[in-house]
Design a protein around this ligand. Structure first.
Ligand code: SAM
Length: 219
């Protein structure tokens, strides 16, 4: 069974011991691909109607979201701390003919934010950094331009999958528990739990519960 989010491939994957750079790199190296290549549903739903500008995709993995954004006309900075994931992401971007719209950066998300930006859209899809979800919200908020959108999706603590994976359970968060990091003077905030279903290779249904934090920075 795959330990992952919206669109895992069907082969088994080794368990993760932690969320460090090394464990991510080992996980990517252990398989030809970890994710399905399809963009995440919350991103496509929420961003479809936005005017394309500059986007930051943190924890971009194998690049499906960055490629989708670039195809919609966004200029994307895509950051990950796994060189293997980034190489795959860059190859996908080239295949899709959108590589000139994406800058891939190997590094920690906070270091990139300290040196670049801001962006009109900042997206984090299941990044779950070791510093925790409150840190993630406050760090990414710094990177959002006036009038821009912050979109953070992660696993909800009641996700049935989290019960089998202690690391994931520790990293999971409820969006409403981190929403207070953002001042309502500067942000319009929506914090929800969304359910979705995927299908295993054998046809079995799997229910997922995601935390979705969407915040618009006042202009
Ligand atoms: C669960 S994967 C999600 C990948 C991609 N967003 C997707 O939805 O397919 C999380 C990714 O975040 C990256 N990551 C974790 N912590 C990070 C950090 N502090 N800075 C940059 N990337 C990080 C990992 O290397 C991994 O590729």
């Amino acid at each position: 069974m795959s330990h992952s989010h919206s669109h895992p491939e069907q082969q088994p994957t080794p368990p993760m011991n932690d969320f460090s750079r090394q464990s991510w790199e080992e996980r990517y190296k252990s398989r030809e691909s970890v994710w399905s290549g399809r963009p995440n549903g919350v991103l496509t739903e929420e961003v479809e109607t936005l005017e394309p500008a500059h986007a930051l995709d943190v924890g971009c993995g194998e690049g499906a979201d960055a490629v989708w954004l670039a195809g919609k006309g966004w200029h994307v900075t895509a950051v990950d701390l796994s060189a293997t994931a980034l190489a795959r992401a860059a190859a996908h971007a080239e295949q899709a003919g959108v590589d000139s719209h994406i800058t891939f950066t190997d590094g920690e998300l906070d270091e990139v934010i300290a040196n670049e930006g801001p962006w009109n859209l900042v997206s984090s899809q299941y990044t779950h950094p070791g510093q925790g979800s409150r840190w993630l919200v406050s760090t990414l908020a710094e990177a959002v331009a006036p009038g821009g959108m912050l979109l953070i999706v992660g696993h909800h603590p009641t996700d049935p999958h989290a019960a089998d994976h202690p690391d994931l359970k520790d990293a999971a968060f409820a969006a409403e528990d981190v929403a207070d990091v953002l001042s309502r003077d500067a942000w319009e905030v929506s914090a929800t739990m969304r359910e979705r279903t995927t299908y295993e290779a054998d046809g079995r249904e799997r229910l997922w519960r995601d935390s979705v934090l969407i915040a618009r920075r006042h202009g």
